[in-house]
Design a protein around this ligand. Structure first.
Ligand code: FES
Length: 125
């Protein structure tokens, strides 16, 4: 029998939503902000350089509904929402959370913006 292919330990969902030019709504990838456009590449490249991309998989995703706090990234498991990202913050999240196992509390979304989830069973029709 073939050995099982291990599932990833983490998925890193980086919001890649970009608002069209002239649209007032904020977005995580900004036309006038080069660093915001480079964050996913930086994330993937750093995970690769550190040899952990197979077990810490970066995912490009659409809007995660916290646009005012962008650029944002959701780390699963844990529902850990990081906001206001820069390359330096991503480096620390990889070293301290993904490798080290400790959430980087100072980069988390404010608690009033991230209340407890509503179980679907409570609201399902
Ligand atoms: S555009 Fe990134 S959370 Fe909405």
């Amino acid at each position: 029998m073939m050995p099982a292919i291990p599932q990833p330990a983490f998925y890193l969902f980086k919001c890649q939503q970009s608002a069209p030019v002239g649209m007032p709504k904020p977005s995580c990838v900004k036309q006038n902000d080069v660093e915001s456009q480079q964050l996913f590449g930086h994330l993937a490249q750093t995970l690769m350089q550190k040899g952990i991309i197979a077990t810490a998989q970066p995912i490009q995703t659409g809007c995660l509904n916290r646009c005012q706090q962008g650029p944002v990234m959701l780390v699963e498991p844990g529902h850990t929402m990081y906001v206001g990202l820069t390359k330096e913050k991503i480096d620390r999240i990889i070293d301290e959370h993904i490798i080290g196992g400790n959430v980087v509390n100072e980069y988390l979304i404010p608690q009033e913006m991230w209340g407890a989830p509503i179980p679907p069973v409570q609201v399902a029709r």
